[in-house]
Design a protein around this ligand. Sequence first.
Ligand code: FAD
Length: 290
Amino acid sequence: MINPLTGKNFEPSWRIAEFLPEALEFYGGVEARIGRQVWHPLPVMRLAGSDQEWQKIVSKLAVPDVAPWVRGEVAARDGWVGAVDVRGGGWIHAGDFLTGSCEFFKNLGCYQVGDVSRLEASDRVIWCDGAAGLLAGHLGPHRCAKGEILTVRATGWDETCIRIGAGGWLVPQGGEIFRVGSTYEWNELDGLPTEKGRVRVEEIVRRLGGDGFEIIAHHAGVRPILRRSQPLIGPLRGGGWMFNALGSKGSLYAPGMAGRLARWLVDGVEPEPEVDFRKFSVQSDLNESG
Ligand SMILES: Cc1cc2nc3c(=O)[nH]c(=O)nc-3n(C[C@H](O)[C@H](O)[C@H](O)COP(=O)(O)OP(=O)(O)OC[C@H]3O[C@@H](n4cnc5c(N)ncnc54)[C@H](O)[C@@H]3O)c2cc1C
């Protein structure tokens, strides 16, 4: 999912005004190459469950970097205090994107699958190994968070918008299928679905969707986090390059960050210092020692 205004504080995702257009241009180009739709735009209905939460949302509506993303107030459903319609959201069909991209690269004769952990450090290696790389300790201290989601089938539920509220989200996928999430867990980073996670996400399903659903899948994964959901790229001290820390917003940031990494590698154009892993790791070393 891509959702421009996130969290309890109803704040714009970090630098969304730059990264969203870059992402949409990229996904449009991918769709043209692989011949299938991967970006599914949908309005986002942000629901407030308490007066306090609603006051927070209302207080932000005129803030200059929030206002452009809000279409306006909409009628809240039963059991909710208020709701707003957020523009710019949608979801990426990651499965179609990955399958289509694999086929595209196979046709070009440049696609291989295998464990790369034995590759020697080399300037030609880019480590984009996500949470696995962070958990292995390759990039220093991390803040990875496990999350669980459910895929459910439900008849008669509204499929015209993403719903966000009660600490969760519900994304219609079409054909009476909905993705719902998610949990946050910082201690058990094993990527395995749990009973506790299922129970928590079922609560979110009931609150945002209703009763009368059938669970058809339960997934868990680990979000690759170094500092919030702000990605990093750059050369590694021992050789090779890193591209990681996409956090819980890989769909939004991966295209723009990949473009920056390509310009750095091919044309020698360095990105903004705040996404440069060298500067981040120097700062973390200072924090660790101080
Ligand atoms: C519950 C949950 C909900 C999420 N919701 C959203 C959302 O709504 N929107 C959003 O944008 N993002 C969401 N995310 C985050 C998103 O999944 C990540 O940002 C994204 O997957 C990170 O991409 P990545 O390519 O860096 O890492 P990954 O997706 O983890 O990919 C890394 C790949 O490298 C492979 N790999 C690792 N080590 C090796 C090795 N030694 N050899 C070969 N291959 C290796 C792994 O198998 C994996 O396929 C969510 C994550 C979770 C867990």
